[in-house]
Design a protein around this ligand. Sequence first.
Ligand code: MN
Length: 266
Amino acid sequence: MAHTSTSRRAALASGIALAAAPLTAGLPREAQAATSGPIFDVPRISIPIVGSTQVFPVRRIYCIGRNYAAHAIERGSDPTREPPFFFQKPTDAVQNVAPGTTADHPYPSLTKNYHHEIELVAALHKGGRNVPVERALDLVYGYTIGLDMTRRDLQNAMGDQHKPWEIGKSFDHAAPLGPIHPVAQIGHFTKGAITLSVNGKLRQNSDLSKMIWSVAEQIAQLSTAFELMPGDIIYSGTPENVGPVVPGDVLVGHIDGLPELMVRIV
Ligand code: MN
């Protein structure tokens, strides 16, 4: 925090009008003077908020990997020794799914092994660097239920080659989720059932209390690597028994205290 304001003061003192020209920041001075605006509009991504006409604007989507012991084991990790690791999905991977509806979710290109991962998602309305665990939950505005959809064959193939497995995780529509429930209404989630069924058959079935790293610990850890900002959301990891889906399958995700998340693969 102190570092940010110091940098800003220094920049302003040196005559760079950061605040006055946000759309052209980074362009040479002569280009800034001549620029009237963007050549086209890019949609702003947001998530509905339960009980509000306002929406939650999304800045970044962070995801934690292997955060339930049994899932870490099924993915080939030792859950007792490995620190948490994070990856990102692009912000526009968000697919908003209204409670009580079953959204069509397109089967993506390139994969022959498309997997579900049901997860609790935390949405931040405050940011910070090096946030202590004891204060981390102050950053959380609310929670929802989400699917971290995964092209598992591509993820595994890239991992085998020691290449980034972004193509397995970061693609269009890869982040279906429900509306955000403010903490003020539902509190924080530290325990409770988390399940996913496919065509009425239970696939994933665990409890939030089995997370290796709690949401507060995830925020504290993440904030050592990145400056967290309002609008960041965090997928908190999936329990064991991830598995494939095919077109026609209906997925129903459940977390105690939240409405179900329902999608049909098309
Ligand atoms: Mn995941």
